[in-house]
Design a binder for this molecule. Structure first.
Ligand SMILES: [Zn+2]
Length: 340
């Protein structure tokens, strides 16, 4: 009987709809059964062979099967759509009631951080923090520091000279001169700040960098005092005990002059690339203030003595954070700055 065959087809199709694992499989079933050339449609072709009363009954059964399958198909499709929507809602969920993140908080430049630490330390040791102009006179930058006209530092290659005869200070030492002139002895001061050199810029040379210089002028000041302050300074900056050594060095404004080296913090003195296998890193020039320098600033070198030192703040930051390219400091690159 045709009606039985329709019943069988309907039962089989319902099971396939129920078992369809996804939307594509379901659509394949729909085309198979309900499509224009689908199996349900094939039955209508048989109708011509039937008697009129049989035809009416078969048509009714066919329509009923069609409706039933269509609604089963729609229900299944609805279920797939709901599942897909839930997955999407889960993955794209945003809480619009949360407050916006707002602008990122800024941070201090690594050199500024080290400068402030050093200022805090020296303030606690009774030193004044002095500031001075970045555009200096030739006298304060060179002459008053016992740097003669013939000294290579005064060459055009090393200094940015201005057309009026002034220059961009090549070190923070002129602030020491200004401090001695203005305050007189006894004197304890440091001068942190920005300095300029007419350098060929590469990974270890910049035209703009930061230094801190310091000096103490008092009666009976010796190299031992100087060593105490240098060691205290370096231990505070590197946050551990450091080993230092002195080598003789020539700087016009001190006598005797020294190069102070620090035992390499990377390798502990065994030798590595940073210390060029020597175990020591040259860190700061220092010495006892030259009598000529005291004299030029109006201080009697027979009564007063002192020590002075210079330290590259930028170099210090490079050592502390293991930064291998000095150009990063002035680059303004936020990817670099956000790390501090
Ligand atoms: Zn080393």
């Amino acid at each position: 009987m045709l009606e039985d065959q329709i019943q069988q087809l309907q039962a089989a199709a319902l099971k396939r709809i129920e078992d369809a694992p996804n939307m594509d499989a379901l659509e394949a079933v729909r085309v198979d059964v309900l499509g224009r050339k689908g199996s349900l449609g094939q039955f209508s072709k048989e109708f011509g062979k039937l008697a009129p009363e049989e035809r009416a009954a078969a048509g009714k059964a066919l329509n009923a099967a069609k409706e039933k399958l269509e609604s089963a198909f729609d229900a299944r499709k609805q279920a797939f759509d709901t599942d897909a929507l839930n997955v999407r809602l889960e993955s794209e969920w945003i809480d619009l009631t949360l407050p916006a993140p707002g602008p990122r908080p800024g941070s201090l430049h690594p050199v500024t951080q080290i400068q402030r630490e050093i200022e805090d330390l020296f303030t606690s040791l009774g030193f004044a923090i002095l500031d001075g102009p970045e555009v200096e006179t030739e006298y304060h930058n060179f002459d008053a520091l016992n740097i003669p006209v013939t000294h290579p530092a005064r060459d055009m290659q090393d200094t940015f000279w201005l057309t009026d005869g002034n220059l961009l200070r090549t070190h923070t030492s002129p602030v020491q001169v200004r401090g001695m002139e203005r305050l007189g002895p006894p004197l304890r001061m440091i001068a942190p700040g920005r300095v300029f050199r007419n350098e060929e810029v590469d990974a270890s040379h910049e035209h703009t960098f930061y230094q801190v210089e310091g000096m103490m002028v008092d009666r009976n000041v010796s190299v031992a005092h100087m060593l105490y302050f240098m060691k205290t300074l370096l231990s505070a900056v590197f946050r551990r005990e450091v080993t230092i050594r002195l080598r003789p060095g020539y700087f016009p404004f001190v006598e005797p002059g020294f190069e102070l080296d620090i035992q390499c913090l990377i390798c502990g003195g065994c030798g590595c690339a940073v210390c060029k296998q020597s175990g020591w890193v040259e860190l700061m020039p220092c010495g006892l203030v030259h009598p000529n320098v005291l004299h030029m600033s109006g201080i009697d070198p027979d009564e007063w003595g002192g020590f002075a030192f210079g330290l590259g703040l930028t170099r210090l930051a490079m050592m502390r954070y293991a930064i291998d390219d000095i150009r990063l400091f002035e680059s303004g690159d936020l990817r670099f700055l956000r790390q501090f």
